[in-house]
Design a protein around this ligand. Structure first.
Ligand code: ARG
Length: 588
């Protein structure tokens, strides 16, 4: 099904052509005066200059050709030359039925399906997952799902931080605690045990302890750096410890992400990119891009059009160590080889903006990716507490993700119990679903780049622009359908009839924009647009519900039409929340 705006625009362009003007003036937009019209075209104003005529005369001429339009029920030219449009009821009902019966709610498959890599999550192995990682996971997951819905082949990669100093710190700490372990016996020639020498809870305690020690004990820090270097150079015993750290930590990470409804296709990390580094560096040198500067190897990335001075990208430090950027570049080499992506999307804290500018520019300069390759950095802001500072626990520590989820589920539970419509047992289960929705919607409804305040009271409220409000609307539809089915049985083919009243039409107009919103949402990598849309849609549904007798309607055909309409609304809402990465309970 063609997008409604495309259908309208086509019709308008036809009218401009028929009236003797260029079709390009027939651009239509949503009305900015919803009190006057639903859509509008301002093309007559632009055409006036080129054709040296009065805009209103042009508008009147164009309107003449829309008198018999099947799409519009009202077309008017108003001073100084606007064309105001109202969509015809019959056309709208047809459009609704097309969505109702069509695949993917009438959304057309992408014209040019692309292979897209979404790099998100970015957890650091062996360090606890904290709220800083929440946004990456939540936003990235939404973007991945949105891309898939639009019709692309999207691959989500967690890109673990699994190759850094934390590994050396853990190794050294372990050595101090258990020097008798075979990994630390330089003369050892046997096999390494399959069982890790630590559990996840031990590991979770080891890293912070080692990290704290390294801040006060310079010698310890140096030993940890040395251990990291040995690991990275392939020293077998340390590689064996690394494998243990990975297996223990990954199991825990997978559980955590799964609780968030976040699923990765690839569990790769910085370590996987290491084999690609030497050849890549040779190539950068050979191409004359990388050069020595104060012992380090760097690539200039500044461009003439830059408004501020951008430092060169450091590829190798003077001590020979590779850096974060080196790893990211080598990862691109690997991804090119494995997937030939058309589009790269990185969802990472916005403070890493410079890093990604450097990486993208080097990748293009060096021909690691083709010049036309799309490379996007979705830099997100910080989640703050009510004090406007980065979110902390009450004790002032870093809040762990699990605790945050537990807190918000508890708040959701209390809200659900206020309603007293379900048993405490059911409320417990429901609260998990509602809590996650509250958390994710609270995050996603803001433009990603902006910082936002984590406000548990507001996020869990059943009213206003919140996740629970959207879920509540879905639950309301479920309840309407249940009541209807109890009396009339399962609706066979509830054909939606042309709207008669304003609330009905408003709801249909909102529904009809579904495909457009999905497309624009992915195009702009903006999940908040989907949130804004489902909020508007929920408001329209609730307005319709309050103004319309659905269950008491005596005209059975009309009633079936209402059922078709609310069912379609539910499908659109559940599809959208699915893209945002959460679900709705049956009732709440
Ligand atoms: N591990 C990094 C961090 O915690 C994020 C990784 C983001 N992805 C990337 N390709 N650099 O800051």
């Amino acid at each position: 099904m063609k997008k409604i705006l495309d259908r309208i625009t086509e019709e308008m362009k036809g009218a401009f052509t028929a009236a003797g003007y260029d079709a390009t003036y027939g651009k239509v937009t949503l009305s900015n005066r919803p009190d006057l019209c639903e859509y509008q075209c301002n093309g007559a104003m632009a055409a006036a200059k080129d054709y040296k005529k009065k805009p209103i005369d042009i508008a009147n001429g164009v309107v003449e050709h829309l008198k018999d339009s099947e799409i519009f029920e009202e077309v008017s030219a108003v001073m100084p030359g606007f064309i105001n449009l109202k969509i015809g009821s019959g056309f709208l009902a047809d459009y609704m039925n097309g969505m109702r019966t069509g695949e993917k709610l009438g959304m057309e498959p992408a014209e040019h399906p692309e292979t897209v890599i979404v790099d998100y999550g970015g957890a650091n192995v062996a360090k606890p997952l904290h709220v800083g990682h929440l946004r990456a996971a939540v936003i990235g997951e939404a973007i991945k799902r949105m891309g898939r819905f639009v019709g692309h082949k999207v691959i989500g990669d967690v890109h673990l931080g699994d190759w850094g100093l934390q590994m050396g710190l853990i190794i050294e700490e372990l050595k101090e605690r258990q020097p008798e372990l075979c990994y630390f016996d330089e003369g050892y020639t046997g096999e390494y045990p399959e069982e890790p020498p630590f559990t996840i809870s031990e590991l979770e305690e080891i890293y912070p302890a080692a990290s704290a020690k390294s801040k006060v004990d310079e010698a310890f820090k140096e030993r940890a750096q040395e251990a990291t270097f040995r690991l990275q150079s392939g020293y077998a015993p340390y590689r064996a410890i690394w494998n243990h750290i990975m297996s223990v930590s990954l199991k825990d990470l997978k559980k955590n992400y799964s609780n968030l409804n976040v699923e990765f296709d690839l569990w790769k990390g910085e370590s996987d990119a290491q084999p690609y580094i030497p050849a890549m560096i040779d190539d950068l040198v050979e191409k004359g891009l990388a050069y020595e500067s104060q012992g380090a190897l760097v690539v200039d990335i500044a461009e003439e059009t830059d408004t501020k001075e951008l430092p060169p990208c450091i590829i190798r430090k003077s001590d020979g160590a590779a850096l974060y950027a080196t790893s990211d570049l080598a990862t691109i080499v690997e991804r090119e080889q494995d997937f030939h992506p058309d589009h790269y999307i990185y969802v990472v804290d916005k403070r890493q903006d410079l890093h990604f500018t450097q990486v993208f520019r080097v990748a293009k300069k060096a021909g690691i990716v083709a010049p036309e390759r799309k490379m996007d950095f979705v830099g997100f802001g910080t989640m703050n507490g009510k004090d406007g500072k980065p979110f902390k626990t009450r004790e002032g520590g870093v809040m762990r993700l699990e605790n945050l989820i537990a807190d918000i589920s508890e708040a959701a539970y209390n809200r659900i119990m206020e309603n007293r419509t379900i048993s405490p047992e059911e409320a417990r289960e429901t609260a998990k679903i509602v809590g996650l929705a509250a958390l994710k919607y609270g995050d996603l409804s803001n433009q990603a780049t902006k910082d936002y305040v984590f406000d548990i009271e507001r996020f869990t409220s059943f009213e206003g622009n919140t996740g629970p409000y959207i879920l509540y609307t879905i639950a309301r539809i479920n309840s309407i359908l249940k009541k209807y089915e109890a009396v009339c049985g399962t609706p066979k083919d509830p054909v939606i009839l042309p709207p008669e009243a304003e609330p009905e039409k408003t709801l249909m107009l909102a529904l009809s924009r579904f495909s457009e919103v999905m497309e624009a949402g992915f195009e702009e990598l903006a999940p908040h647009k989907i949130c804004a849309y489902i909020y508007e849609l929920s408001n329209a549904l609730n307005h319709f519900y309050h103004e319309t007798k659905i269950i008491a309607e005596e005209d059975k055909e009309k009633q079936a039409g209402y059922i078709g309409l609310v069912t379609l609304t539910r499908s659109v809402l559940t599809t959208c929340i699915g893209l945002l990465g959460f679900e709705a309970p049956e009732r709440m």
